[in-house]
Design a protein around this ligand. Structure first.
Ligand code: SF4
Length: 279
């Protein structure tokens, strides 16, 4: 049985960086260390950090002192300010691409633009980006949600980093009649698109597709559903223990892909387990 792994399976740049910051902190810092929410959508990594004394807390209210690590998709400006007011030491692991979107919003507001963030209003990354606007700001996940956006003089548009280019383009097009002047800041990060295109391409060339990643990770779930549309023998797992032997009956080629929050040792474990089944 041939096993093929997509080139960019696993950690993206921002997640790799945030995870390194957290593990380095466990070695270098004294005192209590917390992450605000799980550092990444991967239970194994979260448990491994817990063993090193770094605990995920939902809110700053649950943290009395010590160090707080901000995860890759960032937090609101208010949360950073409250951490400072509580005299917490902050380790900001916000992905630089997310930071860039936050800074763009801040600048657009300063320049008098009404800001539109293309993305999911409930997502913490979007809530963080929105918080940097000092003037009017709107969020739209699709063209229908533009209904609430009034006609304005100057409109500045930024994107949640994981938006699809196609959706962003459609919204930008629909905004043309909403303002006299439009400034477009394409803050999409291509890590998601690259993983999706590599994975769907591979799903079309194999008899079984394994998608590894947190069952609660929106990006991994999307990766699995895209692969499933192409290859019905697609399975979304978090770890090698969940692999079923029957998935490989009559299979010549297996494809493996993994979401941006999946560590390389988990991918390696899955590969070895499949090799053992095939032997
Ligand atoms: S997907 Fe892109 S923006 Fe998000 S954490 Fe990864 S590298 Fe950063």
């Amino acid at each position: 049985m041939q096993i093929i792994i997509t080139q960019n399976a696993g950690f993206c740049f921002g997640v790799e960086r945030a995870t390194k910051i957290a593990f380095d902190a466990s070695k270098e810092l004294d005192g209590d260390i917390y992450t605000l929410g799980p550092i990444i959508h991967n239970p194994q990594v979260v448990r491994s950090l817990e063993k090193k004394g770094i605990v995920a807390k939902k809110s700053l209210d649950d943290i009395k002192g010590g160090t707080v690590i901000i995860r890759s998709h960032g937090v609101t400006a208010e949360v950073l300010k409250s951490a400072e007011e509580k005299n917490l030491k902050t380790l900001d692991a916000t992905c630089p691409f997310v930071k860039k979107a936050q800074k763009r919003v801040e600048k657009l507001s300063e320049e008098g633009y009404t800001v539109l963030v293309v993305g999911d209003a409930k997502h913490p990354e979007v809530q963080g980006i929105v918080s940097y606007a000092s003037g009017d700001v709107y969020v739209a996940a699709n063209v229908e949600e533009l209904e609430n956006l009034p006609h304005v003089e100057k409109l500045g548009i930024v994107a949640q980093t994981t938006q699809s280019q196609n959706n962003f383009n459609q919204i930008v097009d629909a905004c043309m009649e909403k303002a006299r002047e439009i400034k477009i800041c394409n803050t999409i990060c291509d890590a998601t698109a690259v993983r999706q295109s590599e994975s769907t391409n591979l799903a079309g060339r194999v008899d079984c597709m394994i998608v590894i990643g947190g069952l609660s990770s929106a990006n991994t779930k999307r990766l699995a559903s895209l692969c499933l549309e192409i290859q019905p023998n697609t399975h979304h797992i978090e770890s090698a223990e969940e692999i079923g032997r029957s998935w490989f009956d009559g299979v010549g080629k297996v494809g493996i892909t993994a979401g941006a929050s999946t560590p390389s040792d988990v991918i390696e474990d899955v590969k070895k387990t499949i090799e053992a089944i095939a032997a």
